[in-house]
Design a protein around this ligand. Structure first.
Ligand SMILES: NC(=O)c1ccc[n+]([C@@H]2O[C@H](COP(=O)([O-])OP(=O)(O)OC[C@H]3O[C@@H](n4cnc5c(N)ncnc54)[C@H](OP(=O)(O)O)[C@@H]3O)[C@@H](O)[C@H]2O)c1
Length: 320
């Protein structure tokens, strides 16, 4: 496979883990990093051992050697950053949520398709070996027919200010809602319908916590809880007629536990240092195969998630 050169837009907290994942991948190379400030770009490049850095995103996307731009900027900037990268004929891997609306997400997929470029929303949980193994266990009928998925994401210590800024795309739902939606659609292999929910809003107008529920087209119920207000065990429990499966921190999981009623539980484990490596390997293969979208993290999943998040946010505002 051809080596693919990654350019990283921004110097946020997630960048270090992404760099580790690209360096552990089969065909990825960390080529350059950019910040809106040259000083920040130089500092991050030094820290992470990246040989090229730029003091603007425009300079990054203008580098002809770069194949793929990774966009881990604040949520509200994703749309504009992706348009910039696509305009300069770069493939794009864009952090979740892809944009703040279904309309903008659709515009990015349309633009990439018109230009013959690959674009994908980063949803690393879909590419984890543990996710594939648990799907196999489910479809082999080990815990019987599935009727309920119960998700919890607890982030009791929010480490960044823009979480409280609605215009920046902050809040529990926009930050983590699509982790749940994409994971559930991937496990169930069907779309979700009828979203409804409640939230606790901050004085600044973002949600500090939210709960929501949906059902799959076949009638499986999905319930999601995201909180920054209480500490709780994060994960998903998949309930079937003969047992249940618990995947702690399902979006970056290395372990899961399978409980079949009347039997001893068993652990499933896939240790790895940088869990994003599977996602990066997938992106590299898609680009090598000249695909414009991933067959796993599809535009359908991104668009459906964005539509539910739009709908849920409107629900929350009406119910305050
Ligand atoms: N997949 C995952 O595991 C995972 C985990 C955490 C976060 N994320 C996602 O990654 C993205 C970044 O999250 P993070 O926690 O790394 O955020 P962060 O530490 O706050 O970094 C965000 C970066 O955005 C850039 N930026 C661009 N426009 C900006 C603006 N107008 N105001 C402020 N910053 C701006 C900044 O880079 P410069 O100043 O250098 O230009 C900044 O460093 C989010 O979309 C988040 O949802 C993904």
């Amino acid at each position: 496979m051809k080596k693919l050169k990654y350019g990283i837009m921004g110097t946020g907290r997630i960048v270090e883990r992404f760099v580790g994942a690209v360096r552990s991948s089969e065909a990825g190379e960390v080529y350059a990093i950019a910040s809106r400030s040259l000083e920040n770009a130089e500092k991050k490049a030094r820290e992470l051992g990246i040989s090229r850095c730029y003091g603007s995103y425009e300079q990054l996307v203008s580098d002809d050697n770069i194949d793929v731009i990774y966009i881990p900027t604040i949520n509200s900037a994703h749309r504009e950053n992706a348009v910039l990268a696509l305009t300069h004929n770069k493939h794009v891997l864009i952090e979740k949520p892809m944009t703040l609306s279904r309309e903008d997400t659709k515009m990015l997929f349309d633009m990439a398709r018109e230009k013959g470029l690959f674009i994908m929303e980063a949803q690393k949980s879909l590419f984890l070996p543990i996710t594939e193994e648990i799907k196999k266990i489910i479809y082999d009928g080990v815990i019987g027919e599935i009727h309920l998925l119960d998700y919890m994401i607890s982030i009791p210590e929010v480490g960044f200010k823009w979480f409280y800024d609605r215009k920046a795309g902050g809040g529990a739902l926009f930050g983590s809602g699509n982790y749940i939606l994409a994971h559930a659609m991937h496990l169930l292999e069907e779309e979700l319908i009828s979203s409804s929910g409640h939230a606790t809003l901050s004085d600044e107008g973002t949600d500090l916590q939210c709960i929501f529920n949906l059902k799959s087209e076949k009638g499986i119920l999905v319930d999601g809880k995201i909180t920054t207000m209480v500490a709780a065990e994060s994960g998903v429990t998949i309930y079937g007629e003969k047992g249940r499966i618990f995947i702690g921190d399902f979006w970056k999981a290395r372990h899961a536990e399978v409980f079949v009623y009347g039997e001893e539980s068993r652990q499933v484990s896939f240790p790895v240092e940088y869990e994003m490596v599977y996602e990066v390997d997938h992106v590299n293969r898609c680009i090598d195969d000249r695909l414009m979208e991933s067959p796993v993290m599809t535009s359908k999943v991104s668009l459906s998630s964005a539509e539910h998040i739009d709908n849920l946010w409107n629900h929350f505002l009406k119910r305050v």
